[in-house]
Design a protein around this ligand. Structure first.
Ligand code: A1D88
Length: 152
C-alpha cells in the first residue's frame, strides 16, 4: 500500500511510522548485466553464470550497489510525497549488505521513518531506516539509513 502525504506538516507527522513492506521484485540477470554495464563493474560473480555455478553462491549475485539503488524505485511505491517544491537525496549514514541477492531471487523493501526535523529554507529533513529483504533469507540483503530533504 502506498502512503501519500501532502506538504511539510504531513511529512512531519510521519515520524515513527513504518512503511511497507512493498511488493516483491525479481532480480534478473538482465538487470544485473545492465547495472554492470552502467557502472563498468563486470566481476564474474555478477555476470558469468557458468563460472558462478562453481563459486561460493552457486549462481550469480546482484551487485550490492544495485540492491542499494533499487531502494529508490521500491521506496517510491511505499511513499508518495506531494505538495513540495523539491526533494533531495542527501545521503546515507550506514549501509550493510548482510546477505547476498542471488539472481532469480526476489527482494522487497520496508522502511521506518526515524525522524523528521525542520531545516533552514522552509524544508524538513527526513531520516529513514530501510531494510531490503530477500525472499527465503532470515538476514536482509541490505540495511541502510537514508537522509532526504524536502522543501516547500
Ligand atoms: C566489489 C563488489 C562486490 C559485491 O557487490 S558483492 C554483493 C554484495 N555483498 C554481499 O552480497 C555480501 C553479503 N554479506 C555477507 O555475506 C556477510 O554479511 C559477510 C560475510 C560480509 C559478513 O558476515 P558476518 O561477519 O557474519 O556479519 P553479519 O552477521 O552478516 O553482519 C554484518 C552487518 O550487518 C548487520 N546486520 C546483520 N543482520 C542484520 C539485520 N537483520 N538487521 C540489521 N542489521 C543486520 C550486522 O549488525 C553487521 O553490522 P556491523 O558491521 O555494523 O557490525
Amino acid at each position: 500500500m502506498t502512503v501519500t502525504v501532502n506538504g511539510l506538516e504531513e511529512i512531519k507527522a510521519l515520524a515513527g511510522r513504518d512503511l511497507g513492506p512493498g511488493e516483491w521484485l525479481e532480480i534478473t540477470q538482465e538487470r544485473v548485466n545492465a547495472f554492470a554495464d552502467a557502472t563498468d563493474d563486470h566481476q564474474w560473480i555478477h555476470v558469468d553464470p557458468e563460472r558462478a555455478k562453481d563459486g561460493p553462491f552457486g549462481t550469480t549475485i546482484a551487485h550490492g550497489y544495485l540492491t542499494l539503488s533499487l531502494i529508490i524505485p521500491l521506496f517510491s511505491r511505499l511513499l508518495e510525497i506531494k505538495g513540495v517544491r523539491m526533494s533531495i537525496n542527501y545521503g546515507l549514514d550506514r549501509v550493510r549488505f548482510p546477505s547476498p541477492v542471488k539472481v532469480g531471487s526476489r527482494i522487497r523493501l520496508a522502511g521506518k521513518v526515524v525522524s523528521v526535523e525542520e531545516v533552514a529554507g522552509n524544508g524538513v529533513q527526513m531520516v529513514l531506516d530501510f531494510t531490503v529483504e530477500v525472499e527465503g533469507s532470515d538476514k536482509p540483503a541490505c540495511v541502510a539509513r537514508a537522509i532526504y530533504r524536502h522543501y516547500a
